[in-house]
Design a protein around this ligand. Structure first.
Ligand code: FES
Ligand code: FES
Length: 168
């Protein structure tokens, strides 16, 4: 079975050592997903696998046989940006933009986790079926995505404007 990337079925590489990140960037020219550290420390390579955020630098492509991968290139609907992408623009959620694809994919996966009631270190009630995304919740949940430009305040604001309840 192939892997489905942004809705397109793609054959897996014959070399089982190829990371999902290298398949995306080198094999498919989907260079929106960025290589920062290549060792799981920065979050720049975050993509969605069946809606869950993963670090593609630590993922072997062959392990995603039959899965649906979404990269930053797959977030918009034609010319229409994903709402979170628009909020990143509106809230100055980036400077150089290198971390942004990973931030976007991570935030989308993060919001889904909170929606399923998955707690994090700052959650006050781990029995909640749905976590309200306060700034503290967002900061903690997004702590694996680094921004060397220091655009974190704008990033958090953009995510809160999209996913916090009530939105701000
Ligand atoms: S490139 Fe994957 S976590 Fe840094
Ligand atoms: S915007 Fe430059 S690293 Fe985040």
């Amino acid at each position: 079975m192939p892997v489905v990337i942004n809705g397109v079925a793609v054959e897996l590489p014959p070399d089982p050592r190829v990371s999902l990140l290298d398949l995306l960037r080198e094999g498919l020219a989907l260079t929106g997903t960025k290589k920062g550290c290549d060792q799981g420390g920065c979050g720049a390579c975050t993509v969605l696998a069946d809606g869950e955020r993963i670090l593609s630098c630590l993922a072997l492509a062959v392990a995603y046989d039959g899965r649906r991968i979404t990269t930053v290139e797959g977030l918009s609907a034609g010319d229409e940006l994903h709402p979170l992408q628009q909020q990143f623009i509106d809230h100055d959620g980036f400077q150089c933009g290198y971390c942004t694809p990973g931030q976007l994919c991570s935030a989308i996966g993060m919001a889904a986790e909170a929606g399923r009631g998955v707690p994090c270190a700052v959650s006050t009630d781990i029995t909640d079926e749905k976590i309200v995304l306060t700034d503290d919740e967002i900061r903690e949940r997004m702590s694996g995505n680094l921004c060397r430009c220091g655009a974190h305040n704008g990033i958090i604001s953009a995510i809160a404007a999209t996913y916090a309840e009530p939105p701000r």
